[in-house]
Design a protein around this ligand. Structure first.
Ligand code: HEC
Length: 130
C-alpha cells in the first residue's frame, strides 16, 4: 500500500468512531495512535497479554466494553496494587495520554480498530511520547 492509501484506510477506519465524537477524522486518528503508542511503550501487554486481551491480568478490551470512561480511567490511574495492577497516576506517559488510551481501547472494544498494530504503523519504533 502506498503511504497515501494507508492514510486513506486509516481515515476510513476511524470515520465511524470520529462521527460519534463529532471530531474531524484527522484528530481522531492522531489521538488513537497516541493511545496505542502509549500502551505499547508502557508495555501493558506484558501482564495483559498479546493485544491486551488477557493473560495474567484481565482483558483491557473487555473492560473498556463494559465499563464507563470514568471507571476505566480510574482503574488505570489508581490501579489496584494489592492485586498487581500498578497505579499510573503521576506517570506522564500514561496520565498525559489517558483520554487517548481510553479512546483506543473503546475503539478496540467496538471493533472500529482491529487488534495488532495500528494500520500503517507496524514498524513503529518510537520509545517516547510527549
Ligand atoms: C505488572 C502487571 C501489570 C501491568 C504492567 C499493567 N497491568 Fe493492568 N492490571 C493488572 C492486574 C493483575 C489487574 C487486575 C487487578 C484486579 O484484580 O483488580 C489489572 C487490571 C487492569 C484494569 C482493570 C481491568 C479489570 O478487569 O479489573 C485495567 C483497565 C488495566 N489493568 C489497564 C492497564 C493498562 C492500560 C496498563 C498499561 C499502562 C496496565 N494495565 C499495566 C496487571 C498489570
Amino acid at each position: 500500500m502506498t503511504r497515501r492509501a494507508v492514510r486513506f484506510a486509516i481515515a476510513g477506519v476511524f470515520g465511524v468512531s470520529s462521527s460519534a465524537h463529532a471530531q474531524a477524522p484527522a484528530a481522531a486518528d492522531a489521538s488513537l495512535i497516541d493511545g496505542w503508542r502509549a500502551v505499547r511503550i508502557a508495555d501493558c501487554a506484558r501482564c495483559h497479554g498479546k493485544d491486551h486481551e488477557g493473560l495474567a491480568a484481565p482483558s483491557i478490551v473487555g473492560f473498556a466494553r463494559t465499563q464507563s470512561r470514568e471507571r476505566f480511567i480510574a482503574a488505570i490511574l489508581d490501579g489496584n496494587p494489592e492485586q498487581g495492577m500498578p497505579a499510573y497516576r503521576g506517570n506522564p506517559l500514561i496520565e498525559n495520554h489517558i483520554d487517548a488510551i481510553y479512546r483506543y481501547f473503546a475503539a478496540r472494544a467496538d471493533g472500529s480498530v482491529a487488534a495488532g498494530a495500528m494500520p500503517g504503523r507496524a514498524s513503529d519504533t518510537a520509545t517516547t511520547l510527549e
